[in-house]
Unconditional design. Sequence first.
Length: 196
Amino acid sequence: MTLVSTLLARADSKCELCGADEALTVYAVPPASDGTAEQSVLLCETCQTQLDNPGNEDVNHWRCLNDSMWSEEPAVQVLAWRMLTRLQAEGWPQDLLDMLYLDDETLAWAQATGEGLGGDDGEEAQELHRDSNGVVLEAGDSVTLIKDLNVKGANFTAKRGTAVRNISLVQDNPEHIEGRVEGQRIVILTQFVKKN
């Protein structure tokens, strides 16, 4: 079976992001697709053009991600995460990002080219602090704990659902933030928080 026929069968001859059935092409998911079906998706011309040209998105077109983000195909999940992250300032994409769960490997792939699907700031993109959903955190943000955390040396457990306001970023480690919980300033792993 060729790559095209494999993807046509997998996608039921429709765009794997929006469901359109015309002008379909194979799209190798960057940054390092090996040309296999696992690292490629079937896209319509509209989706492909908007993915490749940041800043020219028809925001309402991407409401289709409400359905396609639940695909079992990691390559589709990666593109959905990237586009939702790019559009999160619109409001509704952030709600979808909050629901979207990617396993560690798929999330690393989604983050590999940053939010804009390209660009030369690879080093800077790696230094961004991101929450459990991959949303960029900034100093002063408020976050919510997504699991109970035993605080070493403080003899208490920070409960899931606890809001931590006015966080600080640990400059030399993008996986750590600082915040005040039960009156004590603690270091928290970004993988255990969700931006409010």
